[in-house]
Design a protein around this ligand. Structure first.
Ligand code: NAD
Length: 517
């Protein structure tokens, strides 16, 4: 029986994929396209979460003791397991999240690549190294290493239920931590599948990755369970609650929050390429992408052509649940209300929808939102200021790229963004000055597929980084060690030092540093 088939039988005992503990209450996850039940999962309370974290602690010890080679070998076994079952997992993602199977495959491919990178780079990034001791401690050797935190908590969203949590899980594991993962209540089956896959691929340290399931209270219990760090990915309002709960136990946090990412299309841009990227960046995954493009600022010389190119492409998009559909239904029904509020605000404040603009535009199921292109929306509208998280895009005419940048940066969010320009110097300059954690030039979202690059935001988009060397270090504490190599005739940090020693130090500092003005 495949792991996904086991999910269908979880009613009784979660098919061994999720430990029920003493939990009697359960909740269902459903297919957003059909309403069919995908799985039934325990509603873990605080004591079940605590038990899971306590079980993770010795696992963290064993996992850490395996060392970089032992962990790398097991992380490879895990990615091999995932790679051999991509279609099975993609089918589950399709059923539970609603995205097309092909998009789920892409998402899983990214997660596997990150697992490979994290495993391969952990030793070089985190392992012991000697650093220069400097003038004042020249008789000492100085060492730096990055040690794991123990059992860490990961709380994930539903929009990329494999790739997003894996951005924390893979790097936390590679750094030597055990992980307790609380998937979104909208995608518990995918979370349970990932943990069951770990158990199957890495049976000797099976408890290094465990799952707890439930709603916000289960997540809040994980914040209070004494984990070494809590990596949260979700919305800014929930992020605030997570920080408040973690503050009670001084548990450090990593915050990967929402965004309102912009694309700048400059005078000299390849307009067709920019339009193609804008449509993918805004509409794929039904716009439910934290780094999705929600706003475009196109300069006056290219604006009309850009709008025409976008409109033509968007006209060809059809949402649905079949293999040919461009994107699926809204995963979370309540998000439809947010999208509707933004569309209403955009059109009532002077904007106009050249395509779409309704949340029930003739599709058989109300949870499919018509692909929507909005023009002339004032910057004060919620459609421009707040995260919409639907298949919509606003396009605004600006005088030049400087105005585009100014508007882009006038946001409380700062996750990512894109610049389209044929001038490398100009594009790189705009990218650097964009107030965001990541920017792609002449493409969208590319940074997420490069494991060596850190991923994270500024402002309301959060802080801390997953992916890359920064992502590995995020799940560690720096440990500094000095070792005296030989004793100096005069020990400055001793009550036996001669009275003249301080003068001698002052003279040397004057000679070495005093000439700098
Ligand atoms: P959400 O904030 O509603 O929920 C996220 C997770 O937090 C869920 O698992 C939920 O059960 C849990 N949770 C809810 N209340 C909690 C509480 N009080 N304490 C602890 N945990 C609690 O977000 P969502 O709707 O699942 O995801 C969409 C959001 O995630 C969007 O804003 C999107 O931009 C963001 N996101 C960000 C990134 C990133 O890397 N920056 C990636 C993907 C999604």
């Amino acid at each position: 029986m495949s792991l996904a088939e086991q999910m269908d039988t979880v009613t009784a005992a979660a098919a061994g994929t999720v430990d029920r503990h003493a939990t009697t209450e359960t909740f269902e996850s459903t297919n957003p396209a059909s309403g069919a039940v995908v799985g039934v999962f325990p509603l873990h309370d605080a004591s079940a979460v605590q038990e899971t974290v306590e079980r993770a602690r010795p696992a963290a010890q064993r996992w850490a003791e395996l060392g970089y080679d032992g962990r790398r070998q097991r992380l490879s076994a895990y990615r091999g397991y995932l790679a051999r079952r991509m279609h099975e997992l993609a089918d589950l993602v399709h059923r539970e999240n609603g995205k097309p199977h092909a998009d789920a495959i892409l998402e899983i491919a990214l997660a596997i690549d990150h697992l490979a990178w994290a495993g391969a780079h952990a030793r070089r990034t985190l392992g012991p190294r000697r650093v220069r001791a400097g003038m004042l401690a020249a008789n000492h050797a100085a060492y730096l290493e990055y040690q794991p935190l123990g059992a860490v908590g990961v709380i994930g969203p539903w929009n990329y239920p494999v790739f997003t949590p894996m951005g924390s899980i893979a790097y936390a594991l590679a750094a030597g931590n055990a992980v307790v993962f609380k998937p979104s209540e909208y995608t518990p089956a995918v979370g349970a599948w990932l943990a069951a896959a770990w158990r199957a691929a890495v049976p000797d340290v099976a408890d290094a990755l465990q799952v707890v399931t439930g709603f916000g209270e289960t997540g809040a219990a994980l914040c209070r369970a004494g984990v070494g760090k809590l990596a949260f990915t979700g919305s800014a309002p929930t992020g605030r609650k997570v920080m408040a709960a973690c503050a009670e136990t001084l548990t450090p946090v990593l915050m990967e929050l929402g965004g309102k990412d912009a694309m700048i299309v400059d005078d000299d841009a390849d307009v067709a390429a920019a339009a193609d990227a804008a449509v993918w960046g805004s509409m794929s995954n039904a716009g439910q992408t934290c780094i999705g493009i929600e706003r475009v600022y196109a300069t006056a010389p290219v604006y009309d052509r850009f709008v025409a190119e976008v409109t033509e492409r968007v006209r060809g998009l059809r949402p649905g649940s079949d293999d040919e559909a461009a994107y699926g239904p809204m995963t979370m029904a309540s998000q439809t209300d947010v999208v509707k509020r933004h569309l209403d605000d955009a059109t009532s404040s002077g904007g106009r929808a050249v395509l779409g603009g309704t949340v029930d535009g003739g599709f058989p199921n109300a949870d499919y939102i018509a692909p929507t292109v909005l023009l002339d929306v004032p910057e004060s509208s919620s459609a421009v200021r707040e995260e919409t998280f639907g298949p919509t895009i606003t396009i605004t005419r600006v005088a030049d790229a400087e105005e585009a940048l100014e508007r882009t940066n006038a946001s409380s969010y700062g996750l990512a963004g894109a610049v389209f320009s044929r001038s490398r110097t100009r594009a790189m300059d705009l990218a650097r000055r964009m107030r965001s954690g990541m920017t792609s030039v002449n493409s969208v979202l590319t940074f997420a597929s490069i494991p060596a690059l850190p991923f994270g935001g500024v402002g309301e988009s959060g802080f801390g980084r997953i992916h890359g060397e920064d992502g590995l270090k995020e799940f560690t504490r720096a440990k500094a060690i000095t070792r005296q190599r030989y004793a100096l005739p005069v020990n400055l940090m001793s009550f036996t030092r001669p009275p003249a020693a301080a003068d001698a130090v002052a003279r040397v500092m004057g000679m070495v540093h005093g000439r700098h003005r």
